[in-house]
Write a protein that binds this ligand. Structure first.
Ligand code: AMP
Ligand code: MG
Length: 333
């Protein structure tokens, strides 16, 4: 895979130009951009207008519909979903799409030494990032964290004869750290099947592109500053690739000046420490999504070591001190 150059943007003025502003570099109206709220976040698809507005809009619409379908299927709080039935009534999951994604998640758990763990659901539930408003959130007691931890562990689920099964009655699955990447990958497939030759798909903190914004003009993507308006890095993508960012600013609350956020360390049961944000640049959106969550849990040092051992992935880290470190350059501020 072609290596993506990470351009660090230390001046806010230049940074602003970078963020998804493919339109700046192309003719007005040359890019068709549509947005829908899904997966609890804003999703945007941009496609260069090669095939005419109505044809392009129809393709974008089909891609969004596919993402919406997956949003319902992968949502463990939806009583109709196989995940809900598994979590609440131990019904083995046989939906091939979920089975495959769970399999992949378990492989990633193994590769990341358990930093990525889809059985963190009891902890996610306990911390209440998705059920309580930020203002009413409290830090759970050490005893309740211990209890929730005793109900987690990726080795307690397995895939046998095409079904996801639980080793005991307590284990529960949350695909929140990987489903968005899968959904984006499916949107790419739908767009390509509709004849689209290049697109940019954005869902919350994740972007995937293929093709280019215009002939010879790459898609431009910015990496958000985790603490204020503006961007810390810019990327120019002109081949099939993407970026996923996990950050402590997405869902959090503060108590006595301490920030508690939604990326949980499966070993401690508390929010992972040591980072403000971590972005993974790689070709496969599923890998990008899961890896950004996993590396966030691992912390800056282990994350860098992990990525440097890999080929085809880059990482941009903002550590707890606000310093930027990338797999291409050492600490820059
Ligand atoms: P992301 O924003 O992609 O980093 O994913 C965070 C979401 O993944 C959280 O909202 C949880 O639903 C789930 N999650 C939290 N911690 C973990 C973890 N250690 N492994 C897998 N999923 C997690
Ligand atoms: Mg993720």
């Amino acid at each position: 895979m072609k290596k993506t150059a990470i351009i660090l943007l230390l001046a806010a003025a230049t940074a602003a130009v970078f963020f998804y502003r493919a339109d700046i570099f192309t003719k007005k109206g040359a890019i068709i951009k549509r947005t829908r709220f899904m997966m609890d976040t804003l999703c945007t698809i941009q496609v260069p207008n090669e095939a005419g507005v109505s044809k392009t809009e129809a393709a974008i619409s089909r891609a969004f519909d596919r993402m919406a379908e997956l949003d319902i299927k992968f949502n463990c709080t939806n009583p109709g979903s196989p995940l809900y039935k598994f979590n609440n009534a131990r019904v083995p999951i046989t939906d091939p799409e979920i089975v495959e994604l769970v399999k992949r998640a378990l492989e990633i758990s193994r590769e990341t030494g358990g930093a990525f763990d889809i059985t963190v659901q009891p902890l996610v539930d306990l911390w209440g990032f998705f059920t309580t408003s930020a203002s009413s959130q409290t830090v759970p007691s050490p005893q309740s964290i211990k209890l929730a931890l005793s109900r987690t562990g990726w080795r307690r689920i397995s895939v046998k004869n095409g079904a996801v099964i639980a080793a005991d009655k307590d284990v529960r699955i949350d695909l929140g750290g990987i489903a968005k990447g899968y959904s984006i990958g499916e949107a790419v497939k739908v767009l390509k099947a509709a004849g689209v030759r290049s697109a940019l798909i954005l869902a919350g903190g994740q972007v995937q592109v293929f093709g280019s914004a215009a002939p010879g003009v790459p898609w431009k993507v910015g990496v958000r500053n985790p603490r204020k308006e503006g961007y810390i890095a810019g990327l120019a993508f002109d081949s099939e690739t993407g970026i996923s960012t996990s950050g402590d600013y997405e869902r959090f609350f503060e108590v006595n000046g301490v920030r508690y956020h939604h990326i949980l360390d499966p070993k401690t049961g508390y929010p992972a420490r040591g980072l403000m944000s971590l972005s993974v640049i790689t070709q496969d959106p599923v890998w990008a999504d899961a890896l950004s969550t996993a590396l966030f849990v691992m912390g800056p040092q282990r994350a860098l070591e992990f990525v440097k051992r890999q080929s085809g992935s880059e990482v941009i880290i903002v550590n707890a001190e606000g310093e930027i470190v990338t797999s291409q350059a050492d600490k820059v501020r």
